[in-house]
Design a protein around this ligand. Sequence first.
Ligand code: C2O
Ligand code: CU
Length: 459
Amino acid sequence: KFPLPIPPIKRPKITYMNNITGAIIDYYEVEVKPLEKRIYPNLPPTNMVGYDGLYPGPTFAMQQGREAVVRFSNSGPTNMSVHVHGQYNRAPFDGWAGDYALPGQYKDYYYPNAQNARTIWYHDHTEFKTGENVYMGLEGFYLLTDEAEQSLGLPADDYDVLLSISDKQYSANGSLVYNTNGGNGLWGDVIQVNGQPWPHLNVEPRKYRFRILNGAVSRTFNISFHADENDEALRFSVIASDCGLFSHPVTTDNLALSMGERYEIVVDFAGYEGRKIMVRNARDLFPCIDYAATDRVMLFIVGDAATSNTNNDAVPSSLRYIPPPLQSNTTKNFTFSRIGDEWLVNGVGFTDVEHRILTRPTHGSDEIWELRHGGGNSTHPIHIHLVDFQIISRTGGRNEVLPYEAAGKKDIVWLAPGETVRVIARYAPWNGVYMFHCHNLVHEDNDMLVAFNVTQLEK
Ligand code: C2O
Ligand code: CU
């Protein structure tokens, strides 16, 4: 067993002032380059590609109100387009799939960091290559914090832990296998957290904040925490999802995450001194190809005493103010289905350049989007760029919006077989062409990727 790796924090190279706006800007440089990672001690190292040659990439720690420019240089071996998933970026800096840098090129991305605190991730978004590039290592965390969050006294520093869960498949010579099962999805037999198969983390008997990302290409997870000698699942508080803190924590004993979703939880290990807590994955949700050990994720080994009690108070019952859900009379319908060899949205895919902009929301307008599962037994996590949305309803399939799905704003929603999900959002703050798509990256690369154009009303 190996310890949980913690990705390093990325530091700016310089900080300067924009002479026109007066804004202070942190400037970062990141290099996309090959890396070798030794996963199996008895096999050759695995060839991957990572931001700064790391997998997962370095973690950005951004403060609300402090803008950033990041130069991503591509030293190969693949094409590169970087998407910061969960932040509103102006369209030229949002990682448009066709706007990729070739090896030897770089692109400077501007990030406003203007939104409320949230757990964002950045990952590759290159046309037809997103799945493979993310699988080979191009993903990392991007944390945005604000004063409101910092004033809550939530577990911090060593007690605030990032967990990026994914699955991989290795060949006998240690290389990664990207097998898409005929364009349906990639399901590995090795579960990894922060790049390490089935790691462990030594923890103290106290509260921890875990920011959990499903960073897998196609696998859904339903995780729960179990003390070694019995099957009973620990209860924990869910405090945040894709777009930041809830107004109130939600208590649960299991958490379902489709690809790209983030949830933040607070788990209290007090009372479990000297015991082991296993994170399990229940495999009863929706079709994933499972293997003997895909029911286990990682292990927490609880020490005898807490070395620090700071930020160990009960989770506040009130976390932040979230305005009541928007209202709208505009409803648009999008159906996600497989037609022939392609995964399409309303019969259109990204390669259909003439038709791939499916809709033109007026800047600042509120719209309900009805997302329909078009048949078959695949899961389609639907991600809408630019906006934070509220899930209004889910009909068919599970027929309910889970409490922790309803409790905060989201940028991605799990659309399971038979389901229709309605979400509402305000199409702002920027104009421009943005993508929305299935976050099963194999489906995305097989064309389940389309766009909308936020357009100013003519005066
Ligand atoms: Cu996380 Cu358009 O992607
Ligand atoms: Cu899909």
